[in-house]
Design a protein around this ligand. Structure first.
Ligand SMILES: C[S@@+](CC[C@H](N)C(=O)[O-])C[C@H]1O[C@@H](n2cnc3c(N)ncnc32)[C@H](O)[C@@H]1O
Length: 385
């Protein structure tokens, strides 16, 4: 079996979560760097990774890596990459994204045009053609330059993996699906435990949790750019992975997943999204203000992203809102709370210090993931009959 290298970008700070997911799929980790995990596998890994990874943003297929401090070196390095192994005669190819960190070359438009020229030069010689029709499948190239090392990849995903296909509508400031999934995986929550999101908006945390509980692969309901790369991978391979994932779905008989929000319109959206994701029966959504947050059982989890005051009037309301959340949380016996927020006064107004705190970016917004860890439930054999 030919081995290929793949790189999956993820949210900065959540590489360990993605690494664990990739290892669980059975692929060999090659490298973990800021915001990306590189692994190796057969070409079919492309289907598994795209369909099954919950915390990756996309899956890139590595074409080459070389050092370049000048455009001439960039041209020669690109020319030496084995493009014909990936791009057929009628393929459409272009450099869709060029990112550079601490490197001599940084102008995206220049990097893009030099690399396209080198690719045309190489394929021109190999295919013995002056003009490429570029009428076939699309092969967008993504380039990442760090400390003058150029990593050249083809994007196998297309539309980013956070678009699962269930959230056409969202409330205000929705959290990305990949970030929500990664944060849930950072906590000890599992399908047998209670989960409440008191500011659930369009329901992202609960829908992601329900999909995990039912073992529904996140990419089952969408397509991927590389499905048209029939020169590299048979259509059957995608169908085989989808079939395997379908057969592994197991809807639990009982879950305790609750989503509340003060806005009734947004609760209607959350219900619709959950239905599209195929998990409506696993989640209870309700219009409820955070001041009415309660639960009769012990050892539950709150995972949420409360409002963080993008508008002035919202900002003024935050102290009272976070105080309310803090008081409701304290009244819940033996619960844990995991809160992602950019509001720097979160701990002050919640009236307690988090056990752990992680800086993360939600898009361009700097946020903190505050982890208030409650006690673990006793093991079954510790409970006397
Ligand atoms: C940042 S958004 C949550 C977005 C959500 N995670 C999603 O993915 O769509 C915050 C939510 O808190 C809700 N909210 C604001 N004040 C509230 C209150 N007092 N009680 C309950 N919900 C409230 C808003 O309606 C909004 O949907």
């Amino acid at each position: 079996m030919d081995l290929f290298e793949f790189t999956a970008p993820c949210h900065f700070g959540l590489e360990a979560v993605l690494k664990r997911e990739i290892t669980n799929l059975g692929f060999k980790i090659m490298e973990t760097t800021d915001g990306r995990v590189t692994f190796s596998g057969g070409i079919e890994s492309m289907c598994e990774a795209n369909i099954r990874l919950r915390s990756a943003e996309r899956v890139l297929l590595k074409v080459g890596e070389f050092k370049a401090e000048s455009f001439e070196e960039l041209f020669q390095g690109t020319l030496a990459c084995p493009w014909e192994k990936f791009i057929p005669e009628d393929g459409k190819f272009w450099v869709t994204k060029a990112a550079s960190v601490k490197s001599a070359l940084f102008s995206p438009s220049d990097i893009q045009s030099v690399m396209k020229k080198a690719m045309v030069d190489r394929l021109h010689k190999i295919y013995n053609k002056n003009i490429f029709p570029e009428s076939g499948a699309h092969y967008p190239v993504r380039v990442f330059i760090k400390n003058d090392i150029v990593t050249v990849c083809l994007d196998t995903t297309g539309t980013s993996l956070h678009k699962r296909g269930y959230r056409e509508m969202a409330g205000k400031a929705p959290i990305s699906e990949t970030l929500a999934a990664a944060l849930i995986m950072l906590t000890p929550w599992n399908k047998d435990r209670i989960l409440v999101d008191p500011f659930c908006g369009s329901g992202t945390f609960l829908i992601e949790a329900a999909m995990m509980a039912a073992n529904i692969a996140p990419g089952l309901k969408r397509s991927f750019l590389s499905e048209s790369w029939t020169n590299l991978i048979k259509e059957d391979s995608w169908a085989a992975v989808r079939e395997k994932c379908e057969s592994r779905i197991s809807i639990p008989e009982k879950t305790d997943l609750q989503g509340y929000d003060a806005d009734k319109d947004v609760i209607a959206v959350a219900r619709e999204n959950a239905a599209k994701a195929g998990v409506a029966q696993l989640i209870h959504f309700q219009v409820r203000d955070v001041s009415a947050l309660s639960h009769p059982k012990k050892y539950g989890f709150i995972i949420t992203n409360p409002p963080y005051g993008e508008r002035l009037e919202e900002l003024e309301a935050l102290p009272a809102l976070y105080k309310e959340l803090g008081e409701r949380f304290k009244a819940l016996d033996s619960w844990s709370a995991y809160i992602i927020s950019s509001y720097e006064q979160t701990e002050k107004y919640m009236g307690q210090k988090a056990n752990k705190n992680r800086k993360l970016y939600n898009g361009m917004i700097k946020t903190y993931f505050y982890q208030f860890e409650g006690p673990k439930p006793p093991k079954k054999h510790d409970i006397k009959a």
